[in-house]
Design a protein around this ligand. Structure first.
Ligand SMILES: Nc1nc2c(ncn2[C@@H]2O[C@H](COP(=O)(O)OP(=O)(O)OP(=O)(O)O)[C@@H](O)[C@H]2O)c(=O)[nH]1
Length: 578
């Protein structure tokens, strides 16, 4: 079976080309990272901005809440003193009466923040006071008294003077400080009778302030300052002292306001200020400055960023894994189809194609490959069948050619009438035999030649016709062929004359014996077309002295002539030199 026609071999995979799976993983992974980075970055900056704004708003809200609380508390105390100045005991009765003293003590008992509460005569002499402190002393030079003669008064913070030694010392050694409230006492006609005044503890103000900052989230680090209109720090105490020593405790303000990120003594704070608008008779001009260390303000931002990075890393890990799985899912059916195509080439049979390659396009590719493989295999089968048919045809033609060649060979070497070798063929055989003798010798064996001629054959023709003569010649040939061995060459020498080449004879007797056998067979035979017939035979043997075949033929012819001349129906041998 000849080789089947081969399908073109698949190109070997090019190792320098990256795999589809690798490229997909790279693209999908890159997309995941790009999306995560940009979304994460955007969310991060958005959240940072929002958190920063929220922190700034918290600081601003603290400043405003503290300012509003202090303003309302100061206003309340101012109203309290004003109402006291309008009480009937003070407007009508004697200012140094027992009732006036009781009214002061009741107010003092109601308000812890009042360190001292007193009624002063129009000349500045203290007439009545809570706890009896400073009674009889003159406060004519004090600002609260001077201002209080004219209107309701709220004074700035100041250190205690006369009362400093009379009041108990504060636990942490802080100097006793007050803010003063005072109001004029007038009779029904509006004439000045005196002044009522109070010293409220400064610590009351700072405690109120601290109560606001304490409301902030624990650990937020937000605190608040009170700065007066001249830029002096009133609170906290440590800053106030440092400023008094000459330290620059406040930042340099670019727009005159405590707003934004400011440096306080080398540390950056998120800052906001709110004016204290007490709407009292005298505006104090204080500013409440709330501040938060930037580091603490940004802590939620840092925490959020850390969480975003962790979340992003986690999402990147999960999505990258998903991208790898997706890439595998996409490339796997393609690899399977490539394997199947390779199997079609190697095994030359229809393999199992995947039923569900996972995507519409892949299903189309699978179907296209299936029909292509089916068509290729069918074409290959047709080619094989056509090839086999062609081979059979070639075989048939070869046989016919061989037969034709054999027929040609037969025509070229055989006599058409008798089927024996013709003269040309005999000459060739004689020449071959002579050449073999010359080249190899035959160990004493020689070739012999018989020339056989029908006796009086003319009579056959004449008496029975030419066709009968032909029939006799054919029968003679058959007798001749039957009388010799297959290795002997029987030929029609010409006309009614025949020849037999006898190879490798042991000697002349053997040739004569064969000739006798022939002569005898012809003599005994009956020729239906002509009755009886005889032949004369001349015998000769090849000799090493023969230059070619002619001497051998001549000797055989001479022997035949002698047989004829001797009376026919005879065998004669013509030996060399004889
Ligand atoms: N029918 C037939 N006759 C042939 C053929 N070839 C030769 N002959 C005849 O054979 C005869 C030969 O005659 P001759 O040569 O005179 O010799 P012969 O009559 O055989 O007498 P001898 O040879 O002397 O005995 C001729 O009449 C030829 O016509 C042939 O192919 N067919």
């Amino acid at each position: 079976m000849p080789d089947a026609p081969t399908l073109p071999a698949a190109r070997p995979p090019h190792s320098r080309l990256p795999s589809l799976r690798g490229q997909l993983s790279l693209v999908l992974g890159g997309l995941v990272l790009a999306v995560l980075t940009s979304v994460g970055g955007y969310l991060g900056s958005l959240a940072t901005h929002e958190l920063y704004t929220a922190q700034a708003a918290a600081v601003r809200a603290t400043a405003q809440a503290a300012a509003e609380l202090l303003a309302s508390q100061l206003r309340d105390r101012e109203r309290e003193i004003e109402l006291l100045s309008l009480s009937p005991h003070l407007m009508e009765g004697p200012l140094d009466s027992r009732q006036a003293r009781d009214a002061l003590d009741r107010r003092k008992a109601l308000h812890d923040e009042f360190a001292w509460l007193g009624v002063v005569a129009a000349d500045g002499t203290v007439l009545q006071a809570s706890g009896g402190l400073l009674v009889g002393r003159s406060v004519a030079q004090r600002e609260w008294f001077i201002a209080g003669r004219e209107r309701v008064y709220v004074g700035d913070m100041h250190e205690a003077k006369l009362l400093a030694k009379l009041l108990p010392v504060l636990p942490d050694g802080e100097p006793t400080r007050f803010i003063d409230f005072s109001a004029p006492i007038r009779d029904a006609e509006g004439r000045l009778r005196g002044v009522v005044g109070t010293h409220a503890h400064w610590r009351w103000v700072t405690t109120l302030l601290d109560s606001v900052t304490r409301r902030q989230q624990p650990g937020s680090g937000i605190d608040a300052l009170i700065v007066d209109r001249r830029g002096r720090v009133l609170y906290p105490e440590a800053m106030k002292l440092a400023q008094a020593r000459g330290d620059a405790v406040l930042p340099r303000l670019s727009n005159g306001r405590f707003e934004g990120e400011l440096d306080f003594d080398g540390k950056t704070y998120l800052t906001s200020e709110a004016p204290l608008q007490a709407r009292t008779s005298a505006e104090l001009g204080w500013r409440i400055v709330a501040r938060q260390p930037l580091e603490l303000a940004m802590r939620p931002v840092r925490d959020l960023r850390r969480e975003l990075v962790l979340l992003g890393a986690l999402a990147a890990g999960v999505l990258t894994l998903a991208a790898l799985l997706l890439a595998r899912r996409i490339s796997r059916p393609v690899e399977q189809l490539a394997d199947i195509a390779e199997r079609v080439r190697a095994e030359r049979r229809m393999p199992e194609f995947p039923q569900d390659p996972g995507a519409h396009e892949l299903a189309r590719l699978s179907q296209a490959m299936q029909s292509m493989a089916r068509s290729l295999l069918a074409t290959e089968q047709e080619l094989q069948q056509a090839n086999a048919g062609l081979e059979a045809q070639v075989q048939q033609r070869t046989l016919e050619l061989q037969a034709a060649n054999a027929a040609l060979e037969h025509l070229a070497t055989r006599d058409p009438l008798t089927g024996l070798h013709n003269r040309r063929s005999l000459d060739a055989r004689l020449a071959d035999a002579l050449a073999l003798d010359r080249r190899y010798g035959h160990g004493g064996r020689v070739h012999g030649l018989l020339l056989i001629d029908a006796d009086h054959f003319k009579n056959v023709n004449d008496q029975h016709g030419h066709a009968a003569g032909d029939a006799v010649l054919r029968q003679l040939a058959a007798l001749l062929q039957a009388s010799v061995r297959t290795t002997d060459v029987a030929a029609r020498f010409g006309g009614e004359e025949f020849a037999v080449l006898l190879p490798e004879l042991s000697g002349p007797q053997e040739a004569v014996m064969v000739a006798e056998k022939i002569r005898s067979a012809v003599q005994d035979a009956v020729f239906p077309a002509a009755g009886r017939l005889t032949v004369s035979i001349g015998v000769s043997l090849a000799s090493p002295q023969d230059a070619d075949v002619r001497p051998l033929l001549e000797r055989a012819d001479e022997a035949l002539y002698e047989a004829k001349r001797g009376g026919r129906n005879a065998v004669r041998l013509k030996s060399l030199g004889g």
